[in-house]
Write a protein that binds this ligand. Structure first.
Ligand code: EPU
Length: 420
């Protein structure tokens, strides 16, 4: 078992390099299934969800080499021969849903276990299924598996999503890239990772326009070729260090970021009274550790990201005054507040709303990370708190943050990763 111990109240100073975005890398890694050529993917973050995606591709028959020190992955899907992925492995990760679109496009059928992922309420895939059906696939379910079949190949169609789902948009972009004719996705997700996927697929010869807007057009092509592509920086990792600096105090520059992707986080920190300076590819947060409570509502991009909500919840736990958070994406993403309550945090959750009454101080305690971003929130709370905090559930944090303990320690945090 792994645990992280933090002795709090050590201000953070210095510069931290931001890794490639996990949620951009996963769709790109799975969409290499569409080509039979080699793809070289750069700036791939060394996190456990990514290793798992490589393991899944290897199980399907692909050759994958990942160079940990440089973050370069060489993926050769030419030998990939299986159109199925078993439940035991895909259930460990949400991103494995992308295999359905990728295998369906390559083989005309797929048999994939029900995807897992962080647990914050129900996470249906009805929009993905609807999209596949609009492209001519027949989809059925049996004993924890999703079967999709398009006997005569996929055919472009019009797909309207009831909600702008990231996963469904990715899946239909992947599937439609090799379909016959044009697909139009309306009410598409607009996240930067959608744009990154479109850029990657276009570099491989796909014909995708409109990514980053609500309407994406995909003209199917006969085949895709390999390419070399660099993943965009992780806006959530960057935001996490920005909020950590704000909460704990000090001066931290997040380096290698795209400031446009950070606009909501920057705006909300400024609203809380934190000093934020934005440069070309670097953002600096200066804080005395004093700031006021704010209201925020998570929404699909360009709204405030749900993946930054827990980190802000930690910040608000020690802000002056009362803060209100409305979670607009997931049913149940406030469990971290019960953990922060063990450190003296005061909050009330009613359905998808949390009211947080800021406290002068949190005090170290034994807490458990219930999901990836909850873990990030607990680290922030622990670094701001008096005394020692012990965090379990570290494996969940490692799903999406490369060397978070090392990076925080290099900024001056008194933090240790212990393996028992
Ligand atoms: N939804 C449906 N039906 C669907 C798909 C989604 O009702 O068919 C609902 C979901 O239940 C949710 C909302 O739509 O209420 C948005 O879900 P979305 O599909 O956009 O999320 P996702 O693709 O499952 C990705 C990220 C999450 C991130 C969300 C929202 C990956 C691998 N996961 O999930 O990342 O929170 O988008 O931005 O990209 C994380 O990194 O910590 C993480 C959880």
């Amino acid at each position: 078992m792994k645990l992280i111990t933090v002795r709090g109240e050590k201000k953070l100073y210095g510069r931290v390099d931001i890794s490639g975005m996990k949620n951009a890398a996963l769709p790109i890694i799975f969409s290499t299934v569409l080509t039979r050529d080699k793809c070289i993917i750069e700036n791939v973050p060394n996190v456990s969800d990514i290793s798992l995606s490589f393991d899944i591709l290897r199980l399907l028959g692909a050759n994958v080499t990942y160079y940990h020190t440089t973050g370069v992955a060489v993926i050769d899907t030419e030998p990939l021969s299986k159109n199925y992925a078993t439940y035991d492995i895909v259930s460990k990760m949400r991103g494995s849903t992308y295999l359905i679109g990728a295998l369906l496009a390559r083989f005309g059928s797929s048999h994939v276990g029900w995807p897992g992922g962080c647990d914050f309420g129900s996470r249906p895939i009805d929009q993905h299924i609807k999209g596949f059906e609009m492209l001519g696939a027949k989809v059925s379910f049996s004993e924890g598996y999703i079967d999709a079949v398009a006997k005569n190949g996929l055919v472009g169609g019009n797909v309207y999503f009831d909600i702008p789902s990231v996963g469904a948009t990715v899946n239909i972009m992947i599937a439609a890239s090799l379909a016959k004719g044009e697909t139009v996705i309306d009410n598409a997700a607009r996240e930067p990772h959608i744009v990154d996927l479109a850029n990657f697929l276009n570099m491989c010869g796909a014909d995708i326009t409109g990514a980053g807007t609500s309407t994406i057009k995909i003209k199917g092509v006969e085949s895709l070729h390999g390419c070399t592509y660099t993943i965009v920086p992780d806006m959530i990792e960057a935001g996490t260090y920005m909020v950590a600096a704000a909460a704990v105090g000090g001066e931290v520059s997040v380096n290698n970021v795209i400031p446009k992707h950070m606009e909501t986080v920057t705006a909300k920190l400024l609203e809380a009274g934190v000093d934020v300076n934005v440069d070309d590819s670097e953002i600096t947060v200066r804080s005395e550790g004093r700031f006021r409570g704010i209201s925020l509502r998570t929404l699909p991009y360009p709204g405030f990201p749900t993946d930054m909500q827990p980190q802000f919840g930690a910040l608000m736990s020690i802000a002056e005054g009362v803060s209100n958070i409305t979670e607009g994406i997931f049913d149940s993403r406030f469990r971290y507040l019960e953990e922060i309550a063990k450190m003296g945090g005061v909050s009330e959750v009613v359905k998808n709303k949390a009211i947080i009454t800021g406290q002068k101080k949190l005090v170290g305690a034994k807490v458990h990370s219930t999901d990836l971003r909850a873990g990030a929130a607990l680290l922030i709370a622990a670094m701001a708190a008096e005394g020692e905090t012990e965090i379990t559930g570290v494996e969940l944090i490692e799903r999406g943050y490369f060397d978070i303990v090392g990076k925080l320690r290099s900024l001056g945090a008194d933090i240790e990763l212990i393996e028992k």
